[in-house]
Write a protein that binds this ligand. Structure first.
Ligand SMILES: Cc1ncc(COP(=O)(O)O)c(C=O)c1O
Length: 386
């Protein structure tokens, strides 16, 4: 039976993610349009993003927070290009984005002393392998596999190297212990449902010391440059952006951060997201056809919730036929306006992926699950001619 009720908001994309509940274009009324981002009010808006970010995430006062070009990718690559070189590097990767950073470091930067510590989709590599006498690059939450690091306990407080963390689908939904992090990056389009295009770059004092003490022997385009004459360009971290940001996106980022505070701050953002995972977990426990891509509950993501097929007839299909099955499932959910963009990532094992970040209401997560059951039964009946 087709479920009677649709989610009020059927947007489950893992990026750009659903806007916060109640969002409308009116939220952008205060945007500083047609004005320079270098004007006094323009800079004040940018500084507000930085200050609110620090307040919501409880980022220590001696950490720098910058707004940088080119979304999370820009922020990660800026960190890799500026910082890596003086020490060996351990690259931890367990899904598509982590692997992209491995490619950057081995094929583009072509650093000589690189160890790649990998795990297949659904698993986490052995974190104890990371050697913090070296620099360690990792993704807090693997958006395409739904597997996250459980905590920061595996990162020593007295590390010699830097811990460099792509936190784009973790920030604002997971607890990030700042004392264990030297570099963190994310984009606005994820957990707070902001607009794409701009990235955030957080630097610990040790990361700043590295920037000021190490001159990479490689060209750095203006868009990547964080230092001038061997000193950190402090302006970047108070709203003097490297190039021109969209003031419309800036206004939207402010709106998302203010909303975060209005619902109770980080604790409540995390609670909303963890509850979404709990709702799906209860459903999975009773499901005859779906399981989590990640087997270990301790490392299952509460934002990018990735599901695989467990139905014996479907898992007996060829990988291509399973991928086709998954595509039909996602297309049917979309056609019914029950869930948009719920297909698994193109390089990930076939299945479904539901974004459960803080902007997704728990009731909507509850409401979408009967639709998954209905859509699965419908596609299965079509596939097997019943
Ligand atoms: C873990 C991770 N890293 C990097 C990216 C790339 O982010 P952006 O497209 O914002 O640059 C994404 C996007 O989904 C991601 O999930």
């Amino acid at each position: 039976m087709k479920p009677a009720r649709r989610p009020s908001n059927p947007l489950f994309s893992s990026g750009p993610c659903a806007k916060r509940p109640g969002w409308s274009l009116d939220a952008l009324d205060g945007a500083l349009l047609g004005r320079s981002h270098r004007s006094k009010p323009g800079k004040a808006k940018l500084k507000e993003v930085i200050d609110l970010t620090r307040a919501v995430l409880a980022i220590p006062g001696d950490y720098r927070i910058g707004i940088v070009p080119a979304s999370d990718t820009g922020a990660v690559e800026m960190a890799l290009w500026n910082l890596l070189g003086p020490r060996g590097v351990d690259m931890m990767a367990w899904e598509s984005f982590g692997k992209e950073w491995v490619t950057d470091v081995t094929k583009q930067l072509r650093l000589s002393d690189v160890r790649t510590i990998q795990a297949p989709y659904g698993e986490l590599p052995d974190l104890s392998q990371a050697d913090f006498r070296r620099d360690v690059v990792f993704t807090w939450n693997g958006t395409t596999s739904g597997v996250r690091v459980p905590d920061g306990d595996w990162i020593p407080a007295d590390r010699e190297g830097l811990s460099i963390c792509d936190a784009t689908s973790a920030a604002f939904a997971m607890d990030i212990p700042w004392s264990k992090i030297d570099v963190a990056t994310w984009s606005w389009q994820k957990v707070l449902g902001g607009e794409a295009a701009h990235g955030m770059l957080v630097l610990s004092p040790r990361a700043v010391a590295r920037l000021e003490g190490f001159q990479p022997d490689r060209p750095l385009p203006k868009i990547f440059r964080l230092t001038s004459g061997g000193k950190l360009i402090e302006g970047i971290f108070v709203g003097d952006t490297i190039n021109t940001p969209s003031m419309l996106c800036v206004e939207d980022a402010i709106d998302g951060l203010r909303w975060s505070l209005s619902v109770g701050g980080l604790t409540q953002l995390i609670r909303r997201s963890e509850q979404n995972l709990r709702i799906v977990s209860e459903w999975v426990a009773a499901s005859t056809w779906a399981g989590f891509l990640g087997d270990d509950p301790a490392t299952r993501s509460c934002t990018s919730i990735c599901l695989r097929f467990t139905d014996p007839e479907v898992t007996a299909l060829t990988p291509e036929a399973q991928a086709d099955f998954a595509k039909k499932l996602a297309a049917l959910l979309e056609k019914e306006e029950a869930a948009f963009d719920a297909g698994s990532y193109r390089d990930a094992p076939p299945g479904l992926r539901l974004w459960g970040g803080a902007t997704v209401e728990n009731e909507d997560m509850e409401a979408v699950l009967p639709w998954l059951d209905w859509a699965f039964a419908t596609v299965k009946a079509e596939t097997f001619g019943r």
